[in-house]
Structure formats: C-alpha cells, structure tokens
Design a binder for this molecule. Sequence first.
Ligand code: GDP
Ligand code: MG
Length: 180
Amino acid sequence: TATGAGKPPLYKIVMLGDSGVGKTSLVARLTNPDRPLNHDISATMGIEFDTQMLDTPHGKVKAQIWDTAGQERFARVLLPTYFRKAKGVILVYDITNAKSFESLSERWMVQLNDHASSDDLAKLLVGNKSDLEGSREVSREKAQQFCQEYGMEMLETSAKSGENVLKSFEQLIGIVHDRA
Ligand code: GDP
Ligand code: MG
C-alpha cells in the first residue's frame, strides 16, 4: 500500500455453500494446519469468524474468515451483515454431492448478487472432499463451465488431507490484490 510497512491489511472473507460441504473444516484446517480433521464437527449454527495471519505471495494479510450455517433459516436474516465490507467469497461445494453444486447457481450466487455488489468481491469456487474421488458426482469439467459462466477461478480441496487448502485462501487473496 501507499503507507508502506504498516499493519497488514485486514481482509474479510466469507464462506458460502450448503451445510455439510466442509466450510468449517476448511477454516479449521487453515487455522490449525497440524490438527487432524475432527470427524464429528457439528453443523455450524449461525455465524462465526476466525482471524488468521497469512503470509501470502502478495505479502502478509490478516484474513478474517466468516463461516455461516449452510441452509438454516436465520442465516438469511444475517446475510447483509455477513457480506458487509467483505473483500472475498469462497463458494464451496462437495465434489461427492451434486445437489451442493446445484445450490451454487440456484441459491448462493443469487444471495450473493442480492446482498453484495458482486463486482467488488473477489470470488473463488472450491470443490471440497477431493480425497473422496471414488464417490465423485461433480466432474471438473462441469465446475469449470460454471467458472467460465461466472468469471471465476476454481480449485479442488480436501480439508481432510489438507490438499490445496492454504492455496485456495492465498489464491483468493491474490484476486483481491489484483482488483485493488
Ligand atoms: P459445513 O457444514 O460446510 O461447515 O461442513 P463441515 O466442515 O461441518 O463438514 C461436514 C462433514 O464433512 C464433517 O463430517 C466433516 O468431517 C466432513 N468433511 C469436511 N471436509 C472433508 C474433506 O475434505 N474430506 C472428507 N472425507 N470429509 C470432509
Ligand atoms: Mg459449518
């Protein structure tokens, strides 16, 4: 930034996607890379956020990551607060759950466009649970088509193995930087 070596910028990042796709697990994996995934994490009830300093190729960034419940009714009421001042959004689906992918265009992109000035937001599509290749229901090609349609980039991640988890947050921050 113009002010030079000061405090790292704070970037609010929002997680979106159906319940069960692994949003909370991805954030947990990012903030606790050495902690194995807890298999009975309960569904998120409401809004939580986690702050994590990230040493990205674009410099140090303080990421404030907001995590919501997937489809709980009251989440709707909280959506304006959720998106307020957000710099980036990670749209998550589960590669073993076709419905979670359909929800992106049927629900989450709609809410995103209703509540946030989409042009101001960096977006990244994340297909989680890449460790479950044998149960895949959403092809990479299908996801790439979605990306082309909405002009975003994508990665497949595993909160279980850690594959691409840090990379996806770094990539999103890279997109934020490119827009600034
Ligand atoms: P959320 O509702 O989107 O926050 O999803 P959770 O993080 O609570 O995860 C839902 C379930 O999927 C939990 O049982 C997790 O242990 C499991 N899970 C999350 N990510 C992965 C992953 O990458 N691979 C596998 N195999 N399971 C995962
Ligand atoms: Mg959750």
